[in-house]
Write a protein that binds this ligand. Structure first.
Ligand code: CTP
Length: 407
């Protein structure tokens, strides 16, 4: 796994060199980021020598004029290239910045851009640790899905005894490793995932579409492949790279998506219909561009095929998972769709709120199964939400197998 170690400005920063070694000994590739305050306690050179790569020390560190542009987007590249961010020591100041979404240095900016797992190992004076401001920041971060490694109790650098000491680097490295150990619970499954929007042409240069970014479906595809499944991703036009180890089929219209789904249905064992499929299309697209006139223009729209409902009728013993993006009556609508489209599970999310759902890196969902169980996930990064959805799918798969297998 590729791990970023973010180091805050506390006396415990000296232990971070050992943490880097402990992570490397467990097979992780490590990129170090030092805050300005951390550099008062420990030199970048120590980490450059340990990792044999450039240590990041600021938003525009070492930027010559030629590479100023690449430096300006370095936090995005680091966020995309790494699987886990561990911040040790996480100072009270860093916890506050993360909780409130400040982005005034490299580490806090990276935190916002990071969609993988985040582990925070706070270390500070006992009074600062126990202060209600720090504790309420921790509450926000925990709710967000960040893993917190609680500080140890003992002698602190300030000469007092109490909670606030950074735990042993070996212990932190072990916790990080256990989070990165890849589950292979979807081995043997053939998973068909649809993602992104569809584009329905109205003439040779224009189309009707929607705001879906494809991020949720791509995160599901990437995680399912990592968890051992063979994944076919049928995607409408999006601006994100294809996940590794996934078979990508690019389509534009709802009809093309339907054909691609039906062609791959026979081999599939699980179908996840995450795409935001257009409900209407223009059946007779003119060959020439529509010309502007002073008159009002009406478009004749026909319903697209409901792919999920069609798959529901032919699904056999495959698991079928639908999505329901709603602006109101979330659970009621999700249950209605589960029944009318014969899904085994529906992932419901409210859209039209700020910061989560369409176009965002964040999401908050309710995962509802046919048996009536509802699991709430988020708000969290879409990669984390994808893991939670796949956890529920793997559990449902196991419980259905147990019912099928006579004792
Ligand atoms: N879906 C589909 N084919 C369509 C429309 C939707 O397969 N033509 C799937 C979506 O991929 C999603 C689920 O149906 O998994 C629900 O989509 P949504 O747009 O929320 O629901 P609709 O059935 O279109 O209902 P409504 O527009 O009334 O909310």
């Amino acid at each position: 796994m590729r791990v970023v170690v973010g180091i805050g400005g506390g006396i415990a920063a000296y232990k971070s060199a050992e943490l880097v070694r402990a992570l490397q000994q467990r097979g992780h590739e490590v990129q170090v980021v030092l805050t300005r305050a951390a550099q008062e306690f420990i030199q970048p050179l120590t980490f450059a020598a340990l990792t044999n790569r450039k240590v990041i020390t600021g938003l525009f560190s070492e930027a010559s004029q030629q590479d100023a542009l690449s430096s300006a987007v370095e936090h995005i590249a680091v966020a995309q290239e790494n699987d886990l961010l561990v911040v040790a020591p996480a100072t009270a100041d860093l916890l506050a910045k993360f909780a409130y979404g400040f982005a005034d240095d490299f580490l806090s900016t990276l935190y916002l851009a990071f969609t993988g797992k985040v582990v925070l190992a706070p270390a500070m004076n006992t009074a600062m640790w126990e202060h209600s401001a720090t504790q309420s920041n921790l509450e926000v971060l925990t709710r967000r899905g960040n893993s917190i490694i609680e500080p140890d109790e003992g002698w602190l650098a300030c000469g007092t005894i109490g909670a606030g000491r950074l735990p042993d680097p070996e212990y932190i490295a072990e916790r990080v490793s256990s989070l990165t150990r890849q589950k292979k619970d979807l081995e043997g499954e053939f998973i068909l995932i649809t993602a992104g929007p569809t584009q329905e042409p109205i003439d040779p240069v224009r189309f009707i579409s929607n705001r879906s970014s494809g991020k949720m479906g791509y995160a599901l595809a990437e995680s399912a492949a990592k968890r051992g499944a063979h994944v076919v991703l049928i995607s409408g036009p999006v601006n994100i790279p294809a996940p590794k180890n996934v078979e990508l089929i690019a389509i534009h219209t709802a009809n093309e998506m339907r054909n691609a789904v039906l062609e791959n249905l026979a081999q599939s064992t699980i179908i996840i219909k995450n795409a935001a499929v257009a409900d209407y299309y223009v059946a007779d697209v003119p060959r020439q561009k529509l010309k502007k006139t002073a008159a009002r223009l009406s478009l004749q729209l026909d319903p697209t095929p409901d792919i999920l409902a069609e798959v529901g009728q032919r699904k056999g013993d495959r698991l079928l998972i639908g999505f329901a993006a709603e602006t109101q009556n979330l659970l009621e609508e999700a249950r209605r769709k589960m029944n009318s489209k014969q899904c085994d599970m529906v992932v419901a999310n409210l859209v039209g709120q700020d910061g989560v759902g369409f176009e965002s890196d964040w999401n908050e969902v309710d995962i509802i199964t046919r048996s009536g169980q509802t699991v709430h996930a988020g708000p969290a990064g879409k990669k984390e939400i994808a893991e939670r959805i796949l956890d529920q799918i793997a559990t449902l798969r196991l419980s259905l197998r147990a019912v099928d297998t006579p004792a």
